[in-house]
Design a binder for this molecule. Structure first.
Ligand code: CP3
Length: 342
């Protein structure tokens, strides 16, 4: 008998044999889907993140279109700064903007630890579990270092000068903020597990913007502290551009590691001592001709070896991603069988 979707995902994340490799996609709900754009024509992105019914609806959208093996709760990593008293806005074309950037110890002291809209994610998971009990849903949060970058910079950035200056000017204060973020993030992840999340992912999108030495000093210990709060579900740590420090990732203590699209998956796996991996097709490849998508998807599956591998992209789907590309990739994953599987 074939395993349930819950069993298949749990086995892949535990490094056990599976009948086929499960797949989900970072940003699988989003602007590349016409049905998502339809909802967004009525409500802003933040309103969507604050309404569990609407968030549940868009969480389900990609499942009704594609052969996916898991959902990810619709929310955003910047709900955490907001809960600490730093309001966030999304401006068209400029991405997120955070009020009153934290630039020193007084900025840290001004943060207030509240709930804000954080409980919406767990509520969305509860609704999803009632609506689609057969499909595992992942909870998530931003990793402390990535959140610190946004909170100090006040927006996204190419060079992160303010954020890095803060780390180097007062490493003790930086550690204090990372510890606070780790505890808030850890509790937020645990609330999602208690609401029924089958696994959680910690997104460290900007860790790779630091020299490897500082990743080990700041990002990995803070991520480990955040994940230490989580009991009862496997934990995935995703750091983008992690090639320079891939062998240090296990310091985080996660069950599985997300690998970005620039790394060779087989090499990442060896560097990780054969721990379970997730990834890693470059999302831009989905703009390529169909034959290329099929061939490159198979190459990722073969590099993953069919065991201890959850298929995903190397980073989130882009608003320009063609629907047919996503379909071709996911059909290829569905059809592929691990070596030795029936
Ligand atoms: O993966 C999923 O489908 C779940 C939902 C999800 C979103 N954001 C929805 C979203 C997840 C997991 C995130 C995480 C997130 N948010 C990260 C880490 C992951 C990554 O991509 O590296 C980061 C850095 C953020 C912060 C953030 N939120 C940015 C930089 C942006 C883009 C701003 C822009 O103008 O494009 C967002 C907005 C956002 N988050 C959108 C979605 C679907 C697009 C908002 C819209 O509908 O206009």
């Amino acid at each position: 008998m074939s395993p349930t979707a819950h069993e298949r995902l749990a086995r892949a994340l535990a490094g056990e044999a599976v009948d086929r490799v499960p797949a989900w996609l970072m940003r699988q709900a989003g602007r590349y889907l016409p049905e998502y754009r339809e909802v967004r024509a009525r409500v802003s992105f933040l309103e969507l993140c604050r309404d569990a019914d609407l968030a549940c609806e868009v969480t389900i959208q990609p499942l009704d279109r594609f052969p996916l093996d898991a959902a990810i709760v619709f929310s955003d990593i910047l709900t955490v700064p907001e809960a600490l008293g730093q309001p966030v806005e999304f401006t068209a074309g400029h991405g997120p903007v955070l009020a009153d950037p934290v630039r020193d110890r007084a900025g840290i002291a001004a943060l207030r630890r509240g709930q804000g809209h954080l409980p919406v994610a767990a509520e969305t998971i509860r609704r999803f579990r009632a609506a689609r009990p057969e499909v595992p849903i992942l909870g998530f949060a931003g990793a402390p270092l990535t959140l610190l970058f946004y909170m100090v910079e006040g927006s996204g950035s190419r060079d992160w000068v303010h954020a890095k200056r803060f780390l180097y000017a007062d490493p003790e204060a930086a550690r204090q903020l990372l510890d606070l973020l780790a505890d808030v993030v850890g509790e937020h992840l645990q609330a999602q597990v208690e609401a029924g999340a089958a696994a959680v992912q910690l997104f460290d999108t900007w860790a790779g913007a630091l020299p490897a030495e500082d990743v080990r000093r700041f990002a990995l210990p803070a991520a480990a502290r955040a994940l230490s709060h989580v009991r009862g579900a496997p934990r995935i740590y995703f750091a983008k551009d992690a090639a320079p420090f891939v062998a240090s990732l296990p310091e985080v203590g996660a069950e599985a590691y997300g690998v970005d699209g620039r790394m060779d998956l087989a090499e990442a796996r060896r560097a990780l001592g054969d721990l379970p991996v997730q990834g890693n097709l470059d999302p831009v490849l989905l703009h390529a001709p169909r034959d290329t998508i099929v061939a490159r998807t198979r190459a990722v599956l073969e590099a993953g070896g069919g065991r201890g591998h959850v298929f995903n992209l190397g980073h989130g789907l882009l608003p320009t991603t063609p629907i047919e590309g996503v379909q071709a990739m996911l059909e290829t994953v569905r059809a592929w069988r691990p070596p030795g599987a029936a």
